[in-house]
Ligand binder design. Structure first.
Ligand code: HEC
Ligand code: HEC
Length: 430
């Protein structure tokens, strides 16, 4: 049963998203604290005061923490009145380049930057999210309102994006427990995919390029599993979200039409040093996942059974083992309960964004881990879910499941009120 495995006590901790793994020694804790400070550090355009130099010329935020508050997820705006602070808008032209990366927009690149530099460079543009609403009826007659987002682009400085541009809204994801997910062996992920094939599901790993070596690896991180390992994800976040270059992504994001972008003052060499990437990567590796609560509540136990019965556990796999190759001993050969398979699934047209990222197609999303999900309102003050934050609670998130997960949605719709309540209680106990 959850929580009864002694090995688990080592990797699960506390009641929020900020705890280090339990068995860190003093040097481990010092490096954890140093990485935490870098994760919170403010970046400013060179040569302003008040932070590390190197943000921009274009960016969407000034620190990792500003989009991942409390190491949790971002917040989706309520409607067009609220600016999208921790929701990013990815842009692409149809198809991919020969390596499989999305095709950047010729004027705006891979995403829309909402910040330039005061007095030097205007921002690329802005956007707002509007929702259209509809009701879904459950088998027992109760009704649930779902909202689906539409993006309204505004103040586009380099002209309209064009009709064939795909836009994809991405909510900042929680960042705890990721060292353990990085430590799961490739063979475990491939085995899960094979097992699913045998029972009529189709989870597939993404295969993505490691920009450091040009080799392909299994993708694990970001909503379409387009990032192969944590250090890669950290460097990509610096580059894409904050305009901070590193040895992995040394080019500033200026596109040929953006003449003024090339004239902005620059730091000589890369902006985030290797040690800074390492420090944040280590911090993320050592951040524990919260342990499950209320395991012995009869309703929660019943919900756990229904989670299996509704086939949720096919994709949200309760238990995985980490392999033996992690840098940190604490991450090796652990039993973890992340509720993910790290695989891509076709989730149907309702959730599709039409954007390809390597082997992930327009309807594919990586199964998000569910550990810690019940603490999101406490940590982040909001409870939005799914890749763009459209779901306002777990019920709505389940009702958006389509494609391969349509069976689970149907099971949920057909449950009586008591069973639904038990399932939801279980999910919120994670
Ligand atoms: C402007 C908002 C924003 C900022 C700033 C930001 N992120 Fe993110 N982060 C996101 C979004 C959006 C995603 C999902 C990306 C995707 O699917 O394309 C993400 C995903 C991640 C993930 C993957 C989590 C998972 O489960 O796969 C990690 C790790 C991460 N960010 C770390 C960082 C770090 C480290 C920094 C600072 C260097 C940072 N982020 C800065 C918005 C942001
Ligand atoms: C075929 C695989 C699959 C099955 C079966 C499945 N899910 Fe999911 N689930 C996903 C994927 C993929 C997403 C992410 C979709 C997105 O972000 O648009 C997701 C998202 C979620 C989320 C939102 C998580 C977050 O962090 O935003 C919850 C909650 C959830 N699922 C619960 C369930 C429950 C409960 C069931 C069973 C009733 C279930 N899922 C069945 C694949 C699956």
């Amino acid at each position: 049963m959850p929580g009864e495995d002694p090995a688990e006590d080592d990797v699960l901790a506390g009641i929020d998203y900020s705890q280090p793994l339990n068995d860190l020694n003093a040097p481990g804790l010092r490096s954890f604290a140093a990485g935490q400070a870098e994760f919170a550090a403010r970046w400013v355009p060179p040569f302003l005061s008040g932070g590390h130099w190197g943000r921009g010329p274009q960016s969407n935020a000034e620190s990792c923490l500003s989009c991942h508050p409390g190491n949790g997820r971002g917040r989706a705006p309520d409607g067009p009145g609220e600016p999208p602070h921790s929701l990013v808008l990815r842009l692409a032209k149809p198809g991919t380049d020969e390596a499989g990366r999305p095709q950047p927009h010729p004027a705006y690149g891979t995403h829309l930057n909402r910040h330039g530099i005061l007095g030097q460079l205007i921002e690329e543009g802005d956007f707002r999210v509007e929702y259209s609403k509809r009701e879904v009826a459950l088998a027992d007659g109760s009704r649930v309102e779902l909202r689906s987002p539409t993006v309204r682009l505004a103040a586009l400085w380099y002209g309209p994006t064009g009709d064939d541009t795909t836009v994809s809204l991405r909510l900042a994801q929680p960042v705890f427990g990721l060292g353990l997910l990085e430590a799961v062996a490739d063979s475990t992920i491939l085995d899960l995919a094979e097992q699913q094939q045998r029972i009529g599901f189709n989870g597939r790993p993404n295969r993505v390029i490691d920009e450091a070596t040009g080799e392909y690896m299994i993708g694990r991180f970001a909503h379409k599993a387009s990032q192969p390992y944590l250090r890669h994800q950290v460097a990509a976040a610096f580059h894409d979200e904050m305009g901070v270059t590193s040895n992995l992504f040394p080019q500033e994001q200026c596109w040929p039409i953006q003449k003024a972008c090339y004239r902005v003052e620059r730091v000589i060499g890369v902006e985030a040093r290797d040690e800074q990437l390492d420090s944040i990567t280590d911090y993320l590796r050592l951040l524990a996942a919260p342990r499950q609560r209320e395991m012995n509540d009869p309703l929660v136990r019943r919900g756990a059974g229904l989670f299996d019965k509704a086939k949720c556990s096919v994709c949200h796999v309760p238990e995985l083992k980490t392999g033996s190759n992690a840098v940190h001993a604490q991450l090796r050969n652990r039993t973890i309960r992340p509720y993910t398979d790290l695989l891509l699934h076709d989730m149907g047209d309702g959730l599709a964004d039409g954007r390809r990222e390597f082997d992930a197609g327009g309807r594919d999303w990586r199964t998000p881990p569910l550990w810690g999900i019940g603490l999101r309102a406490m940590v982040n003050g909001n409870s939005e879910l799914l890749h763009d934050g459209r779901a306002r609670n777990v019920t709505e998130a389940i009702l958006w499941h389509g494609g391969e997960a349509d069976v689970s949605r149907q099971e949920f719709i057909n449950m009586n009120e008591q069973d639904r309540r038990a399932l939801l209680r279980f999910v919120e106990s994670l």
